[in-house]
Ligand binder design. Structure first.
Ligand SMILES: *Cc1c(COP(=O)(O)O)cnc(C)c1O
Length: 497
């Protein structure tokens, strides 16, 4: 059976073909993976987190397999689920919590944030009768909060951050609080710039007004405590900070577990109970769901449990040391590179930098050309577009696997920068940009969307562009709502059925 990595053969729609041998299917999966970015080796940032520990992937896979068929829906039928979850949440609470803290294992940061917002909404409804809830968010808060607000009928109230440090501003947060505010968010650190919000200041203004405060430590929560154990200073950010009432931390980032592993913590049981959903008014089984999911495999919980316990506190401290040592070479290397500007003061493992043009101002074209150049050299840095006065930049997440490669990264970056400066500037045809910007995102039909995507070189049947600069430059020039509409169509076009 010929393999078809492009997916037009066996993956096409139509009746399910006759069954095939396990070996052939596994071979096909392995062949498909060859077209993906590498998940190990420390050259793919943001999407994957590589501890660089031999045997860890095998352990996670075997632990998953042991529990793969167990249904996490009901810990009374499968008591191992309660035991594993208590172990995992207990370990997280011991590092980031205070006595009395309770929590839940979830599928990821998005679900942890969704649950924290739902909990705050229902808590405010029950306690204060808030029926038109608001969520106060610094502009750097992760989109998971906007998604939660959208799903849950909560109004997001976005406040600006400091334009130089990119840290949230407690005064701006305080000024946005109203009797409808159900939750305030702070990041430790923010995803986009990797800088710490002033958690204590934000939690204090929230507490003063009797409002809950969530710390989004999805990315930093399992790195910063161990960084502190290496002897480096880390600002307080967890539930021990007065006024912090909930916190999210992803074990599938710096916990180095496989994807699908996060924990949300609450200051006490009274708060956490608002997260649970129970339903008795149907003729089926009495249902209680702690999370957004119903039936779920316990495999993800088991692999996270095994990875957490295998690495252990000493192991995570050693890994944090490797990441910090890499950051301590990378950040000065970036700062010492002409035309590179590190944004804000990175809290450790995440770094965002922009590239400046001849006039000394951030230059979108150079940023995007540099990203493409790095990709050609085997590095996947994440381009981030300009937003609310914050410059376009490239984002990277350091893991231990990049530890030995910092100098190679910097050398390739300098080569990519030189090539970017020598290349044709990324020019968006003003006529195209003008025509596209004039479109009403809410009234676009499928043909108009297809025409715009074709202008950007993306179309049905067209191979994905090898250089993303022209596409992203056009996107950067558009209003957010239009960007969102076009991105939705584009991603929808990848899922052809
Ligand atoms: C990754 C991340 C999230 C969202 O988590 P997912 O695991 O991608 O669902 C939320 N907040 C921050 C700060 C993150 O880094």
């Amino acid at each position: 059976m010929p393999l078809d990595p492009a997916g037009s053969g066996s993956a096409s729609s139509g009746p399910l073909p006759p069954g095939r041998a396990a070996d052939a299917l596994l071979a096909e999966l392995r062949a498909l993976r060859e077209g993906d970015a590498p998940t190990r080796g420390g050259r793919t940032f943001a999407y994957v987190y590589d501890a660089g520990l031999p045997g860890l992937d095998g352990l996670a896979a075997e632990a998953y397999a042991v529990h793969a068929s167990v249904n996490g829906l009901d810990p009374t039928v499968f008591p191992s689920v309660a035991r594993l979850e208590n172990d995992v949440v207990g370990a997280v609470a011991a590092v980031l919590g205070t006595p009395g803290v309770q929590g839940t294992f979830t599928s990821g940061g998005t679900e942890s944030v969704l649950l924290a917002v739902k909990t705050a909404r229902d808590h405010a409804r029950a306690g204060r009768g808030v029926d038109r809830p608001e969520l106060v968010l610094p502009s750097t808060a992760h989109p998971a909060f906007h998604k939660a607000a959208h799903y849950l009928g909560v109004d997001p109230v976005v406040v600006p951050v400091d334009p130089v440090t990119f840290r949230a501003d407690p005064d701006a947060v305080a000024a946005a609080l109203t009797p409808r505010t159900v939750l305030v968010a702070a990041s430790a650190p923010s995803y986009a710039h990797g800088v710490m919000d002033p958690v204590a200041g934000i939690a204090a203004v929230a507490a003063e007004r009797g409002v809950l405060c969530h710390v989004d430590a999805c990315i930093g929560g399992w790195y910063l405590p161990f960084l502190r154990r290496t002897g480096r200073p880390v600002e307080p950010f967890d539930l021990s900070v007065p006024g912090v009432t909930s916190l999210s931390v992803d074990l599938h980032k710096y916990g180095y577990a496989d994807k699908g592993a996060s924990v949300v913590l609450y200051r006490d049981a009274e708060l956490r109970r608002h997260q649970y959903f129970a339903h008795a008014g149907w003729p089926g089984y009495p249902l209680v769901n702690p999370t957004a999911q119903g039936t779920r495999s316990a495999g993800l919980l088991a692999q996270a449990w095994a990875v957490l316990r295998h690495i252990g506190g000493d192991g995570y401290t050693a890994l944090a040391e490797r990441v910090a040592a890499a950051a301590e070479r990378l950040v000065p290397g970036l700062r010492g590179t002409e035309g590179v500007e590190v944004l804000g003061e990175p809290a450790g493992s995440l770094v965002a930098f922009t590239v400046t043009g001849a006039d000394g101002a951030p230059d979108l074209g150079l940023v995007l050309h540099t990203a493409d150049g790095m990709r050609e050299r085997g590095w996947y840095l994440q381009p981030q577009l300009s937003c609310a006065g914050m410059p376009p930049n490239l984002h990277l997440t350091l893991t231990p696997a990049t530890g030995d490669r910092v100098e190679a990264l910097l050398a390739d970056l300098r080569a990519s920068l030189a090539a970017a400066r020598a290349a044709e500037p990324v020019a968006v045809d003003p006529a195209v940009a003008g025509a596209v910007a004039g479109l009403d995102p809410d009234r676009l039909g499928p043909e108009e969307v297809a025409a715009v995507l074709a202008l950007a070189g993306i179309g049905p049947g067209a191979p994905p562009p090898t250089r993303t600069a022209p596409v992203l430059a056009l996107l950067d020039a558009l209003p957010d709502r239009l960007k969102e509409r076009l991105m939705t169509e584009f991603v929808g076009s990848l899922f052809r059925v």
